[in-house]
Design a binder for this molecule. Structure first.
Ligand code: AMP
Length: 189
């Protein structure tokens, strides 16, 4: 199983990606988690990306592509979350999966309105005290999602590969819709 999950921050994609990974025993590859781990470890990568994450900006494409290339080369199955976020990243992903012969089985889009995403993110920032979740950073991330990541969504939709799931239902209902999409796209393994 090789799944890509797309959606704005606040769509619940991280939670749902973890659940897919746990249910099917496949690694959850989250670029946000990889970058946040690097920041908390204070590694060279972490020091470089910390201010970018704090502003809610995007890490440069070349850095992200190298990071994900190494990771995907070592996994046969995965739930990919947080990448690709730009057209350049999407092109690089297509090329690298082609090269290593590991095409995606399912591409899922979790849809939520900006209002709902904003409401959830502001609530989460208050509850968890996340430093990268200031109102400005949240608004910036949503703006960048529309500007840079929507074309990625459109690309998978145009290729007929996109399964669109309404993310404004309960977590369990959303997961049920995802599971149905996974089954429909082939043997779940
Ligand atoms: P996430 O947890 O996926 O929302 O990612 C948190 C932050 O990490 C984002 O706001 C970006 O600053 C950075 N990030 C994660 N994935 C990418 C990516 N594919 N390209 C650029 N920046 C990324």
């Amino acid at each position: 199983m090789r799944v890509l999950i797309l959606g704005p921050q606040g769509s619940g994609k991280g939670t749902q990606a973890k659940r897919i990974a746990a249910t099917h025993g496949v690694p959850h590859v989250s670029t946000g988690d990889i970058l946040r781990d690097a920041v908390s470890q204070g590694s060279e990568l972490g020091l470089r990306v910390a201010p970018i994450l704090e502003r809610g900006d995007l890490v440069p494409d070349d850095l992200m592509v190298e990071l994900i290339r190494e990771r995907l080369a070592s996994e046969d199955r995965f739930v990919l979350d947080g990448f690709p976020r730009t057209s350049a990243q999407a092109e690089a992903l297509d090329a690298m999966l082609d090269e290593i012969g590991k095409p995606l089985d399912t591409v899922i889009l979790l849809e939520v309105s900006d209002e709902e995403a904003m409401r959830r993110l502001v609530g989460r920032a208050a509850a968890e005290g996340r430093r990268d979740d200031t109102d400005e950073a949240i608004a910036n991330r949503l703006r960048l999602y529309h500007e840079l990541t929507r074309p990625v969504v459109d690309r998978y939709r145009a290729a007929g590969e996109l399964v669109e799931v309404d993310g404004e239902h309960t977590m369990d209902d959303v997961y049920a819709a995802i599971e149905a999409a996974l089954v429909a796209s082939g043997p779940v393994q």
